[in-house]
Write a protein that binds this ligand. Structure first.
Ligand code: NAD
Ligand code: MG
Length: 385
């Protein structure tokens, strides 16, 4: 038996999933034990063949039966329950959750509940159920390793200060590229198209997170993610716009020193970090040449043109079900925008109006989250119709 770490990749056909498969292929000490997607069964079967994996899961049941027909040698898990089976039966040492949206919450709960370490790209899991998710990880001893680049950066910076004791970390800073509309005024944002919003300047990502980056909601979600991962109060977490996406995160210490994490924007770096932690692997990615970059620039976020960030911060501070409502309304609004049914500036308005209508209720159990998510989707959809 080899001592390879067994990895299950959920959402393997997406942007993060594809890059994770590249990383795993290059690593001798990682073994792929399962793959999942929503409906892209042909790609999934192809991936399974290419990587010698027999267990796959498709949450869309019709796609799962097509995959089963095309691939009799393998085991195809079907539907949401199939995803749960995949986590429970794959024998994974670590689950990479690269599903998009609150659909990722279920697998996060199952993996952590089983005490399986979680490499978490699905930031929505922490946005929606941060307190409960981190409490579950603490109870079972499973680790949550962030894949989001800013949080992977902070994870490394904070780890370096662990021996310094409590009270050392004063502030956290996450950077934002500013997206394709950085510098635009509100009136200029009135008529932006889906195509323009999908043209991200520094990162190539799935559609949903690309729109979140254009509205700055992505940084709002990341603020909540950082709060739960590192147990730092919201008033001590800053967002800084940095168009070059070279500095990913910064930690301000109690003696005034500031530690920053730098690197060329390439998600394989944080993916490899999360998959290998506490070890590192040699990665064939571009090395940072600061002389070639020339200058790094920083500016505060424009909360008037990009109100989604301010809306997210308010929901974060309100706590309880508010971040779950924020996330669900955002998913509905972004989906409508991508389909051409909602104007860009209306995204934040729909989210804010949904939050105003539903308010925040305290949270004690996961079931309340699924109910809040469902209700918020209904309310947001009604505001768009
Ligand atoms: P993507 O849309 O490219 O891929 C999503 C994957 O999840 C696909 O494999 C898809 O089949 C699967 N999926 C979609 N809906 C599903 C559902 N309802 N149930 C089960 N599976 C489903 O998304 P992405 O850009 O790879 O992002 C994935 C996650 O990682 C998101 O939470 C995103 O915020 C986060 N993230 C992405 C990046 C990036 O560079 N792409 C960076 C940081 C964080
Ligand atoms: Mg990020």
């Amino acid at each position: 038996m080899s001592g390879a770490k067994r990895i299950l990749v959920l959402g393997s056909t997406g942007s993060i999933g594809l890059q994770a498969l590249q990383v795993i292929e290059e690593a001798d000490d990682l073994e792929l034990v399962g793959l999942s997607a929503r409906s892209s069964w042909e790609t999934l079967v192809e991936q399974a063949r290419a990587h010698g994996v027999t267990r796959i899961g498709l949450t869309d049941e019709a796609s799962a039966s097509r995959a089963a027909g095309a691939w009799p040698a393998g085991e195809v898990h079907s539907g949401i329950n199939g995803l749960v089976e995949l986590v429970l039966e794959s024998g994974a040492d670590l689950v990479l959750n690269a599903i998009v949206g609150s659909a990722g919450l279920g697998p996060t709960i199952v993996a952590l509940g089983e005490g399986i370490d979680l490499a978490l790209a699905n930031k929505e899991s922490l946005v929606v159920g941060g307190e409960l998710v981190t409490a579950l990880a603490e109870a079972t001893g499973a680790r949550i390793l962030p894949v989001d680049s800013e949080h992977a950066a902070l994870h490394q910076l904070i780890a370096a200060e662990r021996s310094a004791g409590p009270g050392t970390i004063e502030r956290l800073t996450i950077t934002a590229s500013g997206g394709p509309f950085r510098g635009a005024s509100r009136s200029e944002l009135q008529r932006v198209t889906v195509e323009q919003a999908l043209a991200h300047p520094t990162w190539s990502m799935g559609d949903k997170i690309t729109i979140d980056s254009a509205t700055l909601m992505n940084k709002g979600l990341e603020l909540i993610e950082a709060h739960h991962l590192f147990a730092i109060p919201y008033e001590r977490i800053d967002v800084l716009v940095h168009p070059q996406s070279i500095v990913h995160g910064m930690v301000t210490l109690c003696d005034g020193a500031v530690l920053a994490h730098l690197g060329c924007p390439d998600m394989r770096v944080p993916i490899a970090y999360a998959l290998h932690h506490p070890e590192r692997m040699e990665l064939d990615v571009a090395r940072l040449d600061l002389a070639a970059v020339g200058s790094l620039t920083f500016e505060p976020p424009d909360l008037e043109a990009f109100p989604a960030l301010a809306v997210a911060r308010r929901a974060a501070v309100a706590g309880g079900t508010a971040p779950c409502v924020l996330n669900a309304a955002n998913e509905v609004a972004v989906h409508a925008f991508l389909e051409g049914r909602l104007a860009f500036l209306r995204i934040a308005e729909v989210i804010e109006a949904t939050l105003d209508e539903l308010g925040a209720t305290p949270l004690r159990e996961f079931d309340a989250l699924f109910e809040a998510d469902r209700r918020a989707r209904e309310v947001a959809a009604a505001k768009i119709a």
